[in-house]
Ligand binder design. Structure first.
Ligand SMILES: Cc1cc2nc3c(=O)[nH]c(=O)nc-3n(C[C@H](O)[C@H](O)[C@H](O)COP(=O)(O)OP(=O)(O)OC[C@H]3O[C@@H](n4cnc5c(N)ncnc54)[C@H](O)[C@@H]3O)c2cc1C
Length: 505
């Protein structure tokens, strides 16, 4: 054996001795039940933590740890930092950009916050709630509701995602128009630093002008600057009534005229304005007919092949909530619909007449990601542009994609009221989805992102950067932005303990 080989073997032996020492220390800190080690390739429980929701990223972790308290998180981070082992924080594992998946080295620890799922306090007078980071979003909403209040963050993944993950990704969802993103809904945070210290920023204040905003630095940092262990959240009075309508429009310009009208009539009662192009509605009708019953109800002729013929070009879902009576909010929304039809901005409209119909309308919208998944693999985008530029974006992107990849198709839907669209591209039928993705993802991204950027937009309006868009961000953001992000990462986590290789190149 050469001297170099001997040195390498020695390093490997040292490495594995150090790894064993770390695992022993974690075991005695957390107990056997909170430390998962892989038992083999068929270990389904372990694999679940290493594979993302879309099945696109598959990593290999050294171990999964599931601490039960902030102190255990801090001690875990300290131990990992001492042994030079990096950590991937993980919440509900519903992220769509591979940010919570370990790399392929088998050397990273996944730190799951799942066991830290307690509601710590609800302050009705202060309109705030303090929760542990591993609380499911749906549980946070339910706890607010039980106190007669509203926590308005709302995503299709709310039964699985955690509040820590929502804040780490600055999640958006369906009520941003009225209440803002996760950032606007957070009053304070508690987090563990990359060195294993606890930052106590769990304040429940509306006003706090004491220098750099560390809370906002952590929000949207995707687990690269600190592990969020608890959050203080902003609550709202719970609306007394809620209603929704489905509206058929011919063009995106009509959808935007409808948005302006809905804003003018409903003002703060307007809580959601979602648009669905023809294809995502058709896919939902095909793959998830039960969830698409609201669409079937108002598209009288939607039997048989619904792909092109009967689904309107654009379906808009308008959501309105109010402290006034159900009759009053219904009346206001009806006024929007009547005026829009008279002005030629809408071709058809249907107002929910019951709670069941209201839920069916939202079920249609929320089923789209699942219908897409059933349809096949796509090149996914989550772009944002100023709302006024949406028609230009869709028109230019469709044309450029058809020119580059004749026969490709798009699935376009999303939070139109926020200027945020999911614009997903599927290859021509002549090619398998997988081949199209492997061969053309980069070129498709370039087309879509170039157009979004030229229109003053962003490559990620809500899902974040993770692994998926890291290079894209580095190439597209101004050099000063990249420099500042690197400087912040280096200052707070010089050893690269927290989620290395994600977000910041
Ligand atoms: C069907 C479906 C619909 C969706 N709809 C929306 C939508 O409308 N709007 C939207 O914004 N997103 C949406 N998403 C994406 C996803 O649900 C959000 O990004 C969500 O906020 C992720 O939360 P999570 O707990 O699952 O985080 P994870 O997926 O576990 O992690 C996401 C990122 O946050 C980091 N992280 C997680 N927990 C912590 C913590 N405690 N401290 C520090 N870092 C942490 C991870 O390292 C990772 O980088 C959707 C996803 C699905 C599957």
């Amino acid at each position: 054996m050469s001297a170099a080989d001997q040195a390498a073997t020695h390093r490997q032996a040292q490495g594995s001795a150090s790894t064993e020492a770390l695992l022993d220390a974690l075991r005695s800190l957390l107990g056997d039940a909170a430390l998962l080690l892989p038992t083999g390739p068929d270990d389904a429980e372990f694999t679940r933590y290493q594979t993302d929701w879309r099945g696109r990223y598959q990593g290999h972790a050294l171990a999964i740890v599931r601490p039960a308290s902030t102190d255990e998180v801090a001690q875990t981070v300290r131990l990992c930092a001492q042994h030079g082992v990096s950590i991937v924080p993980q919440g509900g594992h519903t992220g769509l950009v591979g940010g919570g998946v370990p790399d392929a080295s088998g050397q990273q620890i996944v730190l799951s916050l799942q066991r830290m799922d307690r509601i710590l306090a609800v302050d009705v007078t202060n309109l705030s709630m303090t929760v542990q980071a591993g609380c499911l979003l749906a549980h946070v909403q339910a706890a607010a509701d039980a106190a007669g209040l509203l926590f308005p963050l709302s995503l299709a993944s709310e039964g699985s995602c955690t509040i820590g993950g929502n804040l780490a990704t600055n999640a958006g969802g369906t009520q941003v128009l009225r209440y803002g993103t996760a950032r606007e809904l957070c009053l304070g945070l508690e987090a563990v630093t990359a060195q294993g210290e606890v930052w106590h920023g769990l304040k429940s204040l509306r006003k706090d002008n004491t220098g750099y905003d560390l809370r906002n630095l952590l929000i949207g940092s995707e687990g690269t600057l600190g592990v969020i262990t608890a959050a203080s959240l902003r609550l709202y009075p719970r609306p007394a009534s809620r209603t929704a309508a489905l509206v058929a429009c011919e063009t995106l310009e009509q959808c935007l005229a409808l948005l302006a009208r809905a804003r003018a009539v409903l003002d703060a009662q307007l809580t959601g304005f979602e648009a669905m192009h023809r294809r995502p509605v058709a896919l939902t009708l095909r793959h998830l007919p039960d969830q698409a019953r609201a669409a079937r109800r108002w598209m009288a002729s939607a039997e048989g092949d619904t792909e092109q013929a009967t689904v309107p070009p654009w379906t808009v879902l308008i959501d309105a909530a109010s402290m006034a009576s159900a009759a009053q909010v219904q009346q206001s929304l009806e006024q929007v619909l009547v005026e829009a039809m008279a002005a030629g901005e809408a071709q058809q409209a249907c107002l929910a007449q019951s709670q069941d119909q209201y839920q069916a309308m939202w079920a249609l919208r929320e089923a789209i990601p699942l219908a897409e998944k059933a349809e096949g693999q796509m090149v996914k985008h989550d772009i944002g542009v100023p709302t006024s530029q949406i028609p230009a974006f869709v028109g230019q992107a469709e044309a450029a994609l058809q020119q580059a990849f004749p026969g490709c198709s798009t699935v376009c839907f999303g939070h139109l009221g926020d200027g945020n669209l999911h614009f997903n591209v599927q290859g021509p039928r002549s090619q398998s989805d997988r081949d199209f993705l492997v061969q053309h993802e980069h070129a498709v991204n370039r087309i879509v992102y170039d157009i979004a950027q030229a229109l003053g937009g962003t490559i990620s309006a809500e899902h974040g950067i993770g692994q998926l868009k890291q290079q894209e961000l580095a190439q597209r953001q101004p050099a000063v932005g990249t420099h500042w992000m690197r400087a912040i990462k280096l200052a707070l986590d010089p050893a690269g303990t927290l989620n290395p290789g994600r977000l910041v190149p």
